[in-house]
Design a protein around this ligand. Structure first.
Ligand SMILES: [Zn+2]
Length: 102
């Protein structure tokens, strides 16, 4: 879905409704290839590497690799937190059933 009231940007195609920057806010980064705005540099470099990987120079490729490594670290810690939470839920449930059922 596109926002018909937003004028086209000077840097590229008009962002769709999902990527439209609210009034009074500025994106932390904007894609040089398609003009899409991002809330932080990390997401910007992930997008650039994934969608414009064939056109990247060495510095951009290095920034994309750094963003990928950071993403892997974040995903690892997220999975670790989920595993700990599931373990706590399972052990709490098992202990509660032991006390309830005697
Ligand atoms: Zn782009």
């Amino acid at each position: 879905m596109t926002d018909q009231t937003t004028p086209p940007t000077a840097t590229g195609p008009r962002p769709d409704a999902e990527t439209r920057v609210p009034d009074g806010e500025r994106p932390a980064a904007t894609c040089d290839y398609c003009g899409r705005p991002f809330v932080d540099e990390h997401l910007h470099w992930l997008h650039v590497g994934e969608h414009h990987g064939d056109a990247l120079g060495p510095d951009e490729r290095a920034a994309h690799e750094d963003a990928l490594e950071a993403e892997r670290d974040l995903l690892f810690f997220y999975q670790l937190k989920v595993a700990v939470a599931l373990g706590l839920i399972y052990s709490t449930t098992a202990l509660s059933m032991m006390f309830i059922l005697g």
